[in-house]
Design a protein around this ligand. Structure first.
Ligand SMILES: Cc1cc2nc3c(=O)[nH]c(=O)nc-3n(C[C@H](O)[C@H](O)[C@H](O)COP(=O)(O)OP(=O)(O)OC[C@H]3O[C@@H](n4cnc5c(N)ncnc54)[C@H](O)[C@@H]3O)c2cc1C
Length: 378
């Protein structure tokens, strides 16, 4: 009988919980570790909602990964009986001449993504919640929708446990390194484990565990703010999640209880996080100013006084592309980090790819452009 491969997954958050699920589904002996427990809100996965969208503002390399993720989201829901994602469509708006909007339109057309470019009058009639400044374009991405992040992380981790995975909760890994006799050594406060391969998915804590990454991951504090509409009919015809690219650089989602709208800001507006374990989770009144400006200009029917503000963390790379693959020079250590504010939607695809890399040493899915050392690097 073939002995199953023993694979450690370090960090059972967005990517790690999915990696545990896909590895366990393929018969591996999976040992997971998390600093806290699946579904916590101290890292990159908190805040109640995430946008799924096919019309990505970045390069077209993401399209096959989004398609893979799309099918796996359906599969995870079917296997767990949980409602984790709702397809509603997603609005993407931005300056018509901006490179990101041009790229979005050319990629959407080239890949035949189900989308609609809205003319200004049509937009104003269908989406009165939003103002579209002169010179801006709005696109409806029909594949888009909303994912529930905390519930998804729990569902994937619990499904992995049902399939035989073991998870050490509240167990931070202190060290991961090649073992002298082959395989990988995992050190925790309780002792040392040996495994055949390790998948490192510690999100914003990546620089603490692996300080010498081939590409830098800049960890930032991401704040979100929830606002109640002043008009009772704000949600009447179904409000959609939205992304505003240049120059507003923000996103928003109607909260799942239909009470408020969550607004978040894009990378440039976030403060650095020197120590993830000391994230400043208190949001100061002066940090509200940007939200006030965005509301006044773009969604004047929201009350500018928030009912909730929260702080999370995310790792960003210079290119915006995460590091996905074997660590250079290591056949058995796989890293997935630096998802730069847009990783949640593709997390099941990352789980599948982690399983390929850990069990087969390679993947047929197109992720060379995300290689940890960068494309073309040795
Ligand atoms: C506010 C906000 C909004 C976002 N909106 C969107 C969106 O709309 N759509 C989208 O697609 N993406 C979005 N993103 C990005 C997406 O959520 C992240 O890219 C994704 O969650 C990153 O997942 P991760 O697995 O790298 O990190 P995490 O989900 O944070 O997982 C890391 C896990 O590792 C554990 N850990 C850390 N250190 C150790 C250790 N030493 N040992 C063991 N365990 C450890 C942590 O406890 C944690 O559970 C958003 C991010 C934020 C912060």
């Amino acid at each position: 009988m073939r002995v199953p491969k023993r694979v450690a997954v370090i960090g059972a958050g967005s990517m790690g919980s999915q990696a545990m699920w896909r590895l366990a589904a393929r018969g591996a002996e999976v040992i997971g570790y998390d600093r806290y427990a699946p579904g916590h809100d101290r890292g990159a996965a908190g805040g109640e909602s995430r946008i799924f969208r096919a019309a990505h503002l970045g390069e077209s390399g993401y399209i096959p990964l989004l398609r893979l993720a799309d099918g796996l989201w359906e599969q995870l829901q079917a296997e767990t009986g949980r409602s984790l994602r709702r397809r509603s469509g997603c609005l993407v708006m931005g300056e018509t001449v901006s490179p990101s909007m041009r790229l979005l339109l050319s990629v959407s057309t080239a890949h035949r993504l189900d989308h609609e470019v809205l003319d200004r009058d049509d937009f104003a009639r269908r989406y009165p919640q939003h103002r579209l400044p002169e010179g801006h374009t709005a696109v409806l991405d029909r594949m888009g929708g909303v994912i529930r992040p905390e519930a998804s992380v729990q569902a994937a981790a619990n499904r992995a446990e049902q399939l035989g995975a073991r998870l050490h909760r509240y167990t931070p890994v202190r060290e991961v390194a090649r073992a002298s006799g082959g395989g990988v050594r995992i050190v925790t406060d309780h002792g040392t484990d040996h495994v055949d391969a390790a998948v490192v998915t510690v999100g914003p804590w990546i620089n603490t565990l692996l300080p010498d990454l081939p590409r830098a991951v800049d960890v930032r504090r991401v704040i979100c703010s929830w606002h109640v509409p002043t008009r009772h009919d704000w949600f009447a015809d179904g409000a959609l999640p939205f992304v505003r690219s240049t120059p507003h650089d923000c996103f928003g989602l109607p909260s799942p209880d239909g009470l408020s709208v969550k607004i978040g800001l894009s990378h440039a507006r976030h403060l650095p996080v020197p120590e993830p374990e000391r994230l400043d989770r208190t949001v100061r009144p002066e940090e509200l100013a940007t939200f006030h400006e965005l509301i006044r200009e773009l969604m004047p029917d929201l009350n500018p006084d928030p009912i909730r503000m929260s702080a999370y963390m995310e790792g960003y790379t210079e290119s915006g592309n995460p590091l996905v693959g074997h660590l250079p020079g290591e056949d058995d250590i796989i890293v997935m980090a630096g998802f730069s504010g847009s990783g949640f939607k593709i997390s099941p695809a990352m789980g599948e790819i982690a399983a390929d890399l850990a069990l087969d040493g390679a993947t047929a899915h197109p992720v060379d452009f995300l290689a940890p050392a960068g494309v073309g690097a040795a």
